[in-house]
Ligand binder design. Structure first.
Ligand code: PLP
Length: 421
C-alpha cells in the first residue's frame, strides 16, 4: 500500500472534511523553504507550514542541537524539578520581551498558552477576592481550539457546533478612528466585571489576515489599563519576527500584562507553548494558602528537547541575517502588492512585515467556506506552491530563509492565477 492509502485507512486530518478532501500529499523531506513529496515534487511552503516555520525545514543547526539534547536529557517532570534548557530559554526570551515580563510558564502549544493566560487572569482576581469573571475580546478573534481558547474566539463556522457550551465573552470591533470613543465607553461601563482583554496584536490571522492600526490598539490598551483590566497579548502567530519586529507589541507603547507564544518559538520544529507575565500577576498567587496556587500544568511541560529546539531557533533568530531576511521579504511584498493592487480581480491587498494578504474579488461576500478557496488552493498546489486561502483571501508568510527566486515564482504564479481563474 502507498503512504497515501495507508493514511486514508487510519488518519483523521485537522480542519479537513474527510469525505470531499483530495488525498493528502505525501511529504518525505524538507529543506529551506521547500517540502518534497514521495514522487520528488518540490513544494514552496508559502505559509510556513501553518505559520510555524521561520528558519526553513530540517534546519541542520536546530537538528544538531535537538539531537545533542536527546542524548543528555529527553524529559523530566517539571513540578519540583528543573533543568538547564527551560531556565535558559526563559532567561533569553524574557530578555527580549517588554521589560515588565518577569516570569515564564510553560505549556504545550498556542491553545494551551492561551488557556494558561486566561486562567492566570481569572484566578488573579479570584485570589484578590474580587468578582471579575468576564473577558473582553475582539470580534473574529482566533485564540485556539480548546474550550477556553474557543470561548474567547469569535463565534464562527469553527465554533458553531459548540457555541451553546462556550462561556460568555464581551466582543468588541477592532478599533479605528471612528469607533474609538464608543469602544472606550463600552469598556468603562463593564469595567467592574472585566478581568482581562485578550487580543491578537495588529493582525487577526485566522480571520483572514485582518490588519488594524497599532495606534488604536495602543489607545485601547491604555484605556483598559486605566480601568484596571489585565491585558493578554496573544503573540502565538505574530511573535518571532512575523510582523517585521521581534514581537508585534513593539509597535505599541503600553506593555501587556501577559503574553502568549508558540508557533515560531521552536522554529517550527516541535510543539511548545509559553505564557509570560508580570511580577504583579505572579505575586497574586503567592500565599501560605495553597488554594491560591495556579493549578495548571501539562505532562510535557518545558520538555527539554522542545526547549533545546527553541534555544537553537533563538540563536538563529538573533543573528543579523534573520532581520535582514525579514526586511528583504517585507520590501519585496510591498513592491509586489503595489504591482497588482489595481488588478480588477484584487479587492484589496494588505501587509504587515512578512505577511502579505490579497483579497480576491468574488462578486459576493467573503466567506471561509467560499468555493473559490478550493479552486485557488489546488491551482497553487499544482504549481508547486503551498497556500491555504482563508476563503477568498490568499496570503503569503514564508520562512525567512526563502530565496528571492522562490518569492518571485510565487508572485509570478499569483499573477498567472489572476489572469487564468
Ligand atoms: C494558531 C493560534 C493559536 C493556537 O495555537 P495552536 O498551537 O494551534 O493551538 C492561538 N492564537 C493565535 C493568535 C493563533 O494564530
Amino acid at each position: 500500500m502507498s503512504l497515501v492509502e495507508r493514511d486514508l485507512a487510519v488518519i483523521w486530518h485537522p480542519y479537513t472534511q474527510m469525505q470531499t478532501a483530495q488525498p493528502p500529499v505525501p511529504i518525505v523531506r524538507g529543506e529551506g523553504a521547500c517540502l518534497y513529496s514521495e514522487d520528488g515534487t518540490k513544494y514552496i511552503d508559502a505559509v510556513s507550514s501553518w505559520w510555524v516555520n521561520i528558519h526553513g525545514h530540517a534546519h541542520p543547526y536546530i537538528a544538531q542541537k535537538v539531537s545533542e539534547q536527546l542524548y543528555q536529557l529527553e524529559h523530566a517532570i517539571f513540578a519540583g524539578f528543573t533543568h538547564e534548557r527551560a531556565v535558559q530559554l526563559a532567561e533569553r526570551l524574557l530578555a527580549i520581551l517588554p521589560s515588565n515580563q518577569k516570569k515564564a510558564f510553560y505549556t504545550d502549544d498556542g491553545s494551551t498558552a492561551v488557556e494558561a493566560a486566561i486562567k492566570m487572569c481569572l484566578q488573579y482576581w479570584h485570589n484578590k477576592g474580587e468578582q471579575r469573571t468576564k473577558i473582553l475580546a475582539f470580534n473574529n478573534a482566533y485564540h485556539g481550539d480548546t474550550f477556553g481558547a474557543m470561548s474567547v474566539s469569535g463565534r464562527s463556522v469553527f465554533t458553531a457546533a459548540f457555541d451553546s457550551l462556550l462561556f460568555e465573552v464581551e466582543f468588541i470591533d477592532l478599533p479605528n478612528a471612528e469607533n474609538m470613543e464608543s469602544l472606550k465607553s463600552k469598556v468603562s461601563s463593564l469595567k467592574s466585571e472585566l478581568s482581562c482583554f485578550i487580543f491578537e496584536p495588529l493582525v487577526q490571522g485566522s480571520a483572514g489576515m485582518i490588519m488594524y492600526d497599532a495606534k488604536y490598539l495602543n489607545e485601547l490598551m491604555a484605556h483598559c489599563r486605566a480601568e484596571g483590566i489585565l491585558l493578554i497579548d496573544d503573540e502565538v502567530f505574530t511573535g518571532f519576527g512575523r510582523t517585521g519586529k521581534n514581537f508585534a507589541c513593539e509597535y505599541v507603547d503600553v506593555q501587556p500584562d501577559i503574553m502568549c507564544f508558540s508557533k515560531g518559538i521552536t522554529g517550527g520544529t516541535m510543539a511548545l507553548g509559553l505564557t509570560t507575565c508580570t511580577q504583579q500577576i505572579y505575586d497574586a498567587f503567592l500565599s501560605a494558602d495553597k488554594m491560591k496556587t495556579l493549578f495548571h500544568g501539562h505532562s510535557y511541560t518545558a520538555n527539554p528537547v522542545a526547549c533545546a529546539a527553541a534555544l537553537a531557533s533563538m540563536d538563529l533568530f538573533v543573528h543579523p541575517d534573520t532581520q535582514q531576511n525579514i526586511d528583504r521579504i517585507a520590501e519585496k511584498h510591498t513592491a509586489f502588492a503595489e504591482s497588482i493592487k489595481a488588478h480588477p480581480k484584487i479587492k484589496s491587498t494588505r501587509q504587515t512585515g512578512t505577511i502579505l494578504a490579497m483579497e480576491w474579488e468574488t462578486g459576493s461576500s467573503t466567506s471561509y467556506l467560499s468555493g473559490l478557496r478550493d479552486t485557488l488552493y489546488h491551482y497553487f498546489l499544482n504549481k508547486g506552491i503551498i497556500m491555504r486561502p482563508l476563503g477568498n483571501i490568499i496570503y503569503i508568510l514564508p520562512p525567512y530563509c526563502i530565496t528571492n527566486a522562490e518569492l518571485d515564482y510565487i508572485y509570478q504564479s499569483i499573477g498567472q492565477a489572476l489572469d487564468e481563474i
